[in-house]
Design a protein around this ligand. Structure first.
Ligand SMILES: C[S@@+](CC[C@H](N)C(=O)[O-])C[C@H]1O[C@@H](n2cnc3c(N)ncnc32)[C@H](O)[C@@H]1O
Length: 280
């Protein structure tokens, strides 16, 4: 059963890290004319109201995009991300938050392709009505882990995969590793972005090491920790982005924004970031 709804979390600190990284990689891919395919295996609804009862319930966006919205000292990559959110809010106020398909839609060019997979019936319906008839975009209500193999390698052999599951059950951690291991045998040179939560679970702690083991050509691992788990060990302390075959410039771009994000998004004195990278 799919209980997770991203509408509760849209625009939180984890979305900030994820979408800043996604935009950096898309801009890098746009540096060459040759088209590419972006496969978003867990696409969500595509956009979220920040005024609706889901987003308002915990107000997570207030500790994420909300802390960036009025700032006039944004580092370059964060400024580009906030500009993207502004494009999604033509009236000027922060009322809606773009999901990964919307950020992609802003940056993809006519020669690029977007493949979106979303299993939740409501979010799939919203996504399909938003982007389902857009040229070069396909929206599917299929299991993204399973569908990935049919999408790679792309015809141009340029491609990016965003894997952003809900990790509702323990099984998602293993499915991430399994589907990426398979994907790398089909398309070794693809760029793969995996988001994961920093939560008190063995599977979450082990995931980066398991991903390192399947990424012989190089990887980058960025973590942003903003809060302490509660006294029972629950809660989202932060999140990580693990990138297989990262563009060379990505480490420098993230190094330039992560300390600033710690200062602005940190919710306790121990807030911190980490950035590791191994090149082939
Ligand atoms: C974290 S949200 C995605 C957020 C989105 N990528 C973004 O950045 O805006 C994860 C989504 O995956 C969906 N989902 C869960 N399991 C799935 C699966 N096996 N295949 C495709 N979608 C799935 C959930 O319904 C949820 O909407």
């Amino acid at each position: 059963m799919l209980a997770y709804r991203h509408a509760f979390h849209a625009g939180n600190h984890a979305d900030v890290l994820k979408h800043v990284t996604l935009m950096c990689v898309l801009r890098y891919l746009n540096g060459k004319d040759k088209g590419y395919r972006l496969v978003d295996t867990h696409a969500g609804a595509g956009g979220y109201s920040l005024e609706g009862r889901y987003a308002q319930k915990k107000g997570e966006f207030e500790e994420g995009i909300g802390r960036l919205w009025e700032r006039d000292d944004l580092p370059h990559a964060v400024a580009e991300y906030v500009d993207g959110v502004r494009q999604f809010n033509p009236d000027g106020g922060l009322k809606q938050y773009p999901g990964s398909p919307a950020f992609a839609q802003m940056l993809l060019r006519p020669q690029d392709q977007l493949r979106l997979f979303e299993l939740h019936p409501t979010d799939h319906r919203i996504l399909a009505s938003y982007l389902g008839t857009t040229r070069n975009v396909e929206v599917h209500d299929r299991d993204g882990f399973e569908a990935l193999k049919g999408q790679i390698p792309p015809p141009t052999r340029r491609g990016l995969v965003l894997m952003d599951p809900s990790y509702e059950g323990h099984a998602d951690y293993g499915r991430v590793v399994q589907s990426l291991r398979d994907a790398l045998t089909r398309f070794a040179e693809g760029v793969y972005l995996v988001w994961y939560p920093q939560v008190s679970k063995l599977e979450a702690a082990q995931l980066p090491k398991r991903l390192e083991a399947i990424a012989p050509k190089g990887w980058l691992h960025a973590r942003l920790t903003v809060q302490q788990p509660d006294r029972l060990g629950f809660g989202l302390a932060g999140s990580g982005m693990f990138v297989i075959n990262p563009p060379h410039a990505l480490a420098g771009q993230l190094q330039a924004v992560l300390p600033w994000l710690v200062d602005v998004l940190g919710q306790y004195d121990g807030a911190h970031f980490a950035l590791d990278r191994v090149d082939a």
